[in-house]
Write a protein that binds this ligand. Sequence first.
Ligand SMILES: CSC[C@H]1O[C@@H](n2cnc3c(O)ncnc32)[C@H](O)[C@@H]1O
Ligand code: ZN
Length: 439
Amino acid sequence: MSHRHYDQLITARWIITVEQDGVILENHSLAISNGQIVATLSPAEVAGVSASEHLNLDNHVLMPGLVNLHGHSAMTLLRGMADDKALMDWLQNHIWPAEGKHVSDAFVFDGTLLAMGEMFRSGTTTINDMYFFHAAMARAGLAAGMRTFVGCSILEFPTVYAQNADDYIAKGMAERSQFLGEELVTFTLAPHAPYTVADDTFRKVVTLAEQQDMLIHCHIHETLDEVNGSVEQHKQRPLARLANLGLLSPRLIAAHMVHLTDAEIALVAKHGVSIAHNPTSNMKLASGIAPVQKLLAAGVNVGIGTDGAASNNKLDMLSETRMGALLAKVGTLDPTAVPAATAIRMATLHGAQALGIADKVGSIRVGKQADLIAVDLAQIETSPNFDPISHIVYAAGREQVSHVWVNGRNVLRERKLTTLDEAELKARADSWRVRILGN
Ligand SMILES: CSC[C@H]1O[C@@H](n2cnc3c(O)ncnc32)[C@H](O)[C@@H]1O
Ligand SMILES: [Zn+2]
């Protein structure tokens, strides 16, 4: 057999592939060439190969990068401005006024880079984002080297970004055209929510998504007020309205989905809708507990998201995975709800499935891209170690994420960002604090 040479070899104490729940490879190596996983090697097999770079992670779990299925990255610059409020008070009386004063292309670029630094340092390799000034979001994704889904926001009312729904759509699509062909950047259509988007606009979004083969990303059934307001205004619950408008399909990523009847769960399962579960944001805004266990049992693809840093207030997918597992248990009074392996699958492969990239990322398999993270378990917080899967979900903190790769590119090495300058990120964040306080 000929001697094989690879770009990189990563040998890890444990590899959680997420191909099969509960399966762990011990002391195996991944061979990576051109950013792709090209072989999984046992200790005996690795002896016969060479690589330009060989990293030994003796005390680490190597696993797929985390997929943050719902976020508003640039809101890092509004973190801590309005806490302890319900969604509509938070949005209408605090966040929208602040966004109206401060959000710009520069704000979004700086805030998104700051978010990406934080997300890399907690193991996220893909973000499904939704905000304003989409070219700035995409530029930040490319500068950081993160797999970035840029949600073109659409609302009926004017903001700093656009005047009306048609204007949002036209601007978003024009910005999208600048980034077609970029492997790391994909634009989606992001009608904000049923209470901010009219029927006609939803119909246009469905048509455009089909024509351009785009995903749709929308906040849905986040609070009881939203559901009751829709019944009052439209004489139907938001999901029924969206179903009538043709929105329910595998293209749709519905963020939150907290308040659902059994019939609505069956409806989203039937239409192949994916759900972005945001446990911390739902707790902090007191929105409620999403019926994740029932959704999974019905066959719905549920991923995990952080939401924005102004409602979470962390962009820590490792902690969010833990919250997802814990909240499911307390919501059902069933300790078996969302076990650790399921929580990891939700935070990786389910997110990738929702985004239509499960053939490329979301699990460790030959032929997939090397979107990977390493978590160092040789810390007192994760000692002794009976079960690495348990530790990843219930015990490890983001401080233990040591390395991150996107497409084989090492964007975090020994907890140091390689594509972003930490001092610069903090300096820019502070200069935004000064500007915001001055206005
Ligand atoms: C359409 S761009 C994003 C828009 O959404 C606002 N936002 C942030 N978090 C939430 C949430 O949990 N529910 C509804 N809207 C949210 C954000 O401030 C932007 O205005
Ligand atoms: Zn949100």
